[in-house]
Design a protein around this ligand. Sequence first.
Ligand SMILES: *Cc1c(COP(=O)(O)O)cnc(C)c1O
Length: 454
Amino acid sequence: MNDQYKFSLDESRLPKAWYNIAADMPVPPTPVLHPGTKEPVTPDFLGVLFPMSLIMQEISQERYIEIPEPVREVYKLWRPTPLIRARRLELALDTPAHIYYKNEGVSPVGSHKPNTAVAQAFYNKEAGTKAMTTETGAGQWGSALSMACNFFGIDLEVYMVKVSYHQKPYRRIVMQNYGAQVFASPTDRTQYGRSVLEKDPESPGSLGIAISEAVEVAATSGGTKKYSLGSVLNHVLTHQSVIGLEALEQMEMAGEYPDIIIGCAGGGSNFAGFAFPFLRENFTNGKNTRVIAVEPTACPTLTRGKYTFDYGDTAAMAPIVKMHTLGHTFVPPGIHAGGLRYHGMAPSVSALVDHGDIEARAVHQLETFEAAVQFSQSEGIMPAPESAHAVRAAIDEALKCKETGQKKVIAFNLSGHGHFDMTAYEAYLKGGLQDYDYPQRAIEEAMTHLPQIG
Ligand SMILES: *Cc1c(COP(=O)(O)O)cnc(C)c1O
């Protein structure tokens, strides 16, 4: 038995290829549909928004996609990230379980998001893109793409949800530091933004609205601007697989193999990036690891949403995909895990949940912060409120082991640190946070607005 705390891979062991789960999916992919015609989209339609190399990755069935050398060079600024055995947490819980976590919070912007931001900026640079657009909620994705575009010399416009723009200024400043232009969405820069402001001049904005604005700017730029999405799409999940590929090697160094793999799921990218390489072992190598995706009860996409075709954005301008959805008209409640408030889910994650390969679980806000505080008091790191959902589920599984005496090996992804989330921690510590169950009525109402697919 290994008595180490940290399992660190040498730079030379940084993966040379990403893993694409499409090659091993037990269910066939569903087509991506055009929002207008509702027919399968052509590469031309997507080509307005994305460079062809990323579109080819989006539909690729190849198991491995080589990581370009310039991307690996940037990854080396913080990768491979450490896998840590949470020994002090195990002691605090008095559990026979072994708990490991992969720390993606060590990236320069503090989350897993640069894993795909750097790759997307690279492929855009290679395709001659001079400027890009994107949206951001609380600013995690915006800061990752701002850093990446800065590295590759691409201009960036970020449409940031207005309420966060004003209430969470620090990540906006991070983006501006890297040279990005940041706008409070809804803006008067787009037709869609203006239509929202006409109806409600005080609109606080939403991720769905910001996506619609960023897409519109790229789509109407005459080819001068490309759009980038930080989660949900297949190529994004593939780029994130670097997390799980490293973790597989690190578990081997630790001399153990996980019985349970856990990640928090907003659009599904950090969860998939960590879990899919382990699912590969389930599908192709006789392993039988339980894989759990954790979401907030306030945005219960996988646990209470419907598995059906829906638009990717609020304005119904983005492609229609088959996924678990709360409806594209979903208005997210103001919980503090801003990264987990998207109405949909990555189609591959949805398909695997539907097929029974992945379990989904929803946890409440208060128990999530309780877990975050317990984790930080044992391990030192204050997790992002999103990541704290994975911490909650890992602690719950470890406590079950305490009851049954089982010595399970539990591994979770710590998708980011919470250093920009002190107002959320403050609210929790002052007793000012509440639990929230998304009303069934609202789900049923939103289902009446789904696109009709023949
Ligand atoms: C954005 C974000 C998430 C949620 O996005 P996924 O695509 O589901 O990973 C989770 N954790 C952190 C720290 C984030 O920044």
